[in-house]
Design a protein around this ligand. Structure first.
Ligand SMILES: [Zn+2]
Length: 420
């Protein structure tokens, strides 16, 4: 399928520079970006952008997609109680079919808020593979090993899900220090060395987590993971709220990714990540929503907004974090964190993971500064189209590959069974 977008603006390259003109796709790839039409080209579809902006999709660099089941189900717990009293008992009952449907619910929300890929830590991956094949969404698995399971299949999953579908890939990962024994972490490190692969995990999400780790190992989680060789081939951590100067030094030296999850950290009262310190140190950063149980929204606009304004208020500096830096983290940083370098920006030869922002919405006007409008006043309602791998999956409020109403009906029925 060859598609021509014309009469619009394009947020081009990793610098997200705004250029006027048109963009063409052929199959999964971007084949042309220029000011004027290309002579003699014919297309399957030509889309008049009417002055709208097209840009790379957001990359949700940390989530638990199928946890849509937990939205507004058990709010106002701190992390430890939330996990043990509210979440684990229901997770024990989830079937592959539950994962399939609740993942599809998550994808609906991703598509309408301009998210074109997710870095997803959960379990029963076969349910997710079915969801990807039906919907066309781009999914990067993160290993979810902990003391309750996963280590014996980690290597098998790594090989299998890096070779199952062009829209699916898999990175090594484990839940967190406080749920994973040192013996299992060593086994993960061995696998990382065998494949020369990066490793990811939740890290320093709460103060209590760091204190527990100090009691057990006399060091911070970042120091512990590094000492076990888990970071020898890159990777990174989700949350990174309670990071010391020394932890950041490890992240800088090893080229690791810090993935921030502001909404979840606020709701669970975990704290506020020192985003400006990471930026100042030149550490790779990305942004994620975390799961719908702890957020409760899967909305990258809200994350970007909070990552800027929270840093401002904490540092008593209204430009502690530039919105342009956060936008870049939400797009390019996320892609590279997830190993999706081919989707990190709009350039000829890159993969066509593209969203269209409606410039006819009042919150995007006047067009004084597009990128600041997007971060400070943008919302999912501004997303007019979401394309993944050259296929339009969402356009003008409609989902083109599957039936949203059916997803709502089935997931609500499933909730009745899971809670009952
Ligand atoms: Zn998480």
């Amino acid at each position: 399928m060859k598609i021509r977008f014309y009469n619009g603006k394009i947020l081009k390259g990793t610098s997200l520079e705004m250029v006027k003109g048109e963009l063409h796709t052929d199959g999964s790839k971007i084949t042309y970006i220029g000011e004027v039409p290309k002579a003699g080209e014919s297309f399957d579809r030509e889309i008049d952008l009417e002055g709208d902006v097209i840009m790379p999709g957001f990359k949700n660099a940390h989530t638990h997609t199928a946890m849509t089941f937990a939205r507004s189900l058990a709010d106002n717990y701190a992390l430890d109680d939330w996990l043990h009293k509210a979440i684990f008992p229901i997770e024990g009952k989830l079937t592959e079919d539950n994962i399939f449907w609740f993942t599809k619910l998550g994808y609906l929300e991703y598509l309408r808020s301009g998210i074109t890929a997710c870095f997803d830590m959960y379990f029963k991956p076969e349910g997710v593979v079915r969801a990807v094949k039906e919907t066309g969404f781009r999914h990067v698995f993160c290993g979810s090993v902990n003391d309750f399971g996963g280590i014996d299949v980690l290597e098998e999953e790594y090989e299998k899900y890096n070779d199952v579908d062009p829209l699916i890939s898999y990175r090594l990962g484990f839940h967190a220090e406080y749920t994973t024994s040192q013996d299992i972490m060593r086994r993960i490190s061995d696998i990382a060395h065998k494949y020369e692969a990066p490793v990811f995990a939740h890290i320093s999400e709460t103060k209590a987590e760091n204190e527990g780790c100090r009691q057990r190992y006399n060091m911070t989680p970042a120091k512990l993971f590094d000492s076990l060789g888990l970071y020898d081939f890159g990777g990174g951590g989700f949350h990174c709220v309670w990071f010391s100067d020394e932890d950041r030094k490890i992240y800088k030296e090893k080229g690791l990714y810090a993935v921030f999850n502001a909404c979840s950290n606020l709701k669970l009262a975990s704290g506020i990540a020192p985003v400006p310190a990471f930026i100042k140190d030149g550490i790779n950063i990305a942004i994620g929503t975390d799961g719908a149980g702890s957020n409760n929204s899967l909305n990258m606009f809200r994350e970007m907004y909070l990552d800027t304004v929270l840093s401002n208020v904490v540092n008593e500096d209204p430009l502690a974090v530039k919105p342009e830096t956060i936008l870049s983290a939400a797009v390019t940083g996320g892609a590279r964190c997830m190993g999706l370098d081919e989707c990190d920006c709009l350039e000829v030869g890159k993969t066509a993971d593209i969203i269209r922002i409606d410039m006819k919405d009042p919150n995007m006007q006047p067009d004084n500064n597009f990128r600041r409008n997007l971060v400070y006043s943008g919302d999912p309602g501004n997303v007019k189209m979401t394309m993944i791998n050259g296929n339009i999956l969402y356009e003008d409020g409609k989902y083109l590959t599957y039936d949203a109403q059916e997803v709502y009906r089935v997931t609500n029925e499933m909730m009745g069974e899971l809670i009952g």
